[in-house]
Design a protein around this ligand. Structure first.
Ligand SMILES: [Fe+2]
Length: 354
């Protein structure tokens, strides 16, 4: 029987290196959960469209005429061509470049030129049965989530453990200040998640960029929301270094949100590419409607760039270590500092074997 303080092993290396495991995640974990896919502020105007890939499937996010964001399978109903190939404004219609089948921003099929020969609509062809296929979407403030399953739990129920941590924030005052595009990182998406979730590495990896003593941290394990936190006194703030009270939270599977008191939020978009690569982007927000000067924004970007580059270097070496047979058993997790990582890994295993 397990005792509370028992050391446990991590996931076997194949969970991070095997394409077939990544495939299994696409067919279960990314298919059945609310996956974080983008930032609403990047779709400003009606007609703005961003193609994304979730669970290996082409999907398009689009701001419609009512200025709501919708998600569709990014595939023409005619010959199944990928409709939107790059971020763009499609105007008031999405037109397939192959044979000009045209859809409005709600995905309704509006034109099928010459599909019946001289007729545009062949006999017996019901256009209303060939609209774009929509996908479950929920936009929580600036953050867009989709769920590809047919019986998705309501997002607000699913994400409640995370949302509870933000009840004191006036989201009308939350404004994006800057974006850091990290590009492609040579590591499995789970290493980036696990790294964010545990506080154990902070004092060693971020020795010069942060001033957050390990003993002041604690882990958070609350259902699909896992992470860590630290409570510090304002007077101990160190300029040019991360030294404020913080909450490092995640929503399973891939949403990362850091809250840095008194007035900052940072959100990571992690896009798994394959078993060994992840694209990452981070948006920095002010929570107090603050207008930061260009110098302040540059200082923020510089600090976060350095902190995350330190994390990425570690995650890439975590990936390299998985080529050794020594990693087959998954290494070990601290029962105290990495119980949050253990909880994340358990959700991965439960999702994949469901
Ligand atoms: Fe870190």
């Amino acid at each position: 029987m397990k005792t509370k303080n028992q050391v446990e092993q991590g996931l076997p290396s194949s969970a991070y290196t095997s394409e077939s495991y990544f495939h299994s995640e696409c067919n279960s974990l990314f298919l059945n959960n609310w996956v974080f896919v983008g930032f609403a502020h990047e779709l400003r105007e009606s007609g703005d469209a961003i193609p994304i890939t979730v669970a290996g499937q082409p999907i398009v996010l689009i701001r419609n005429a009512q200025r709501e964001i919708a998600a569709f399978h990014n595939v023409c109903s005619h010959r199944c061509l990928k409709l939107v190939n790059e971020p763009m404004n499609v105007g008031s219609m999405i037109c397939c470049p192959y044979h000009s089948w045209t859809y409005n921003l709600d995905g309704k099929l509006c034109a099928t030129p010459f599909f019946g020969g001289k007729e545009h609509v062949p006999e017996g062809f019901d256009m209303s049965e060939h609209n774009l296929r929509s996908i479950n979407i929920f936009v929580w403030h600036d953050w867009i989530f989709v769920n590809l399953s047919n019986d998705a739990e309501a997002f607000e129920d699913y994400a409640k453990p995370l949302m509870n941590n933000f009840e004191d924030i006036d989201f009308n005052k939350v404004k994006p200040l800057a974006t850091l595009n990290f590009g492609k990182i040579s590591t499995n998406w789970k290493f980036l998640m696990e790294n964010f979730i545990e506080p154990y590495h902070v004092q060693f990896v971020h020795r010069t960029t942060t001033s957050q003593p390990l003993e002041d941290h604690y882990t958070i394990v609350d259902g699909v929301c896992v992470g860590s936190a630290i409570d510090l006194d304002e007077e101990n703030k160190v300029e040019g270094s991360l030294s404020v009270s913080s909450r490092y939270l995640t929503l399973f599977p891939n949403f990362i949100i850091g809250r840095y008191f008194p007035d900052q939020i940072g959100v990571h978009l992690n896009i798994p590419v394959d078993s060994e690569h992840t694209i990452q982007k981070r948006v920095i927000y002010s929570t107090e409607d603050k207008i930061a000067t260009p110098e302040e924004i540059d200082a923020m970007k510089k600090l976060w760039w350095e902190v995350h580059k330190e994390d990425h270097a570690i995650c890439e070496r975590m990936q390299l270590g998985r080529a050794s047979p020594v990693s087959n058993d998954g290494g070990m997790l601290s029962p105290h500092w990495e119980d949050s990582v253990r909880a994340f890994q358990k959700m991965v295993v439960d999702s994949v074997t469901k």
